[in-house]
Ligand binder design. Sequence first.
Ligand code: FES
Length: 105
Amino acid sequence: MRFHPLEKLINLQDSYTRNFKIDNLHLLLLQRDGVLYLIEGRCPHRGHPLDAATLDNGVIQCALHHYRFAIADGRLLQATEERCRGLRVFELVYEGNEVGVMLES
Ligand code: FES
């Protein structure tokens, strides 16, 4: 496992949204209501970018087909077509003045 720094803490604020790509992994770092989240950047349904998703009351809703996922654990809450797997949610790691993620690569 290796630490991948993503952002300096000083740059974080509510409404912060930023995409990252580490090898083939798309990640989305976002802060809402003082809480920072790191999730996969593409919807598990058909891969639509999630930076256009809405996030309300702990529920993230993809802009394309409106599938809804719990942002805390990624579970699928509502599907309008076939079901799909849950959303990958990553644990944030704080090191010094940065936040990042531990990944295999
Ligand atoms: S691609 Fe996100 S709901 Fe279909």
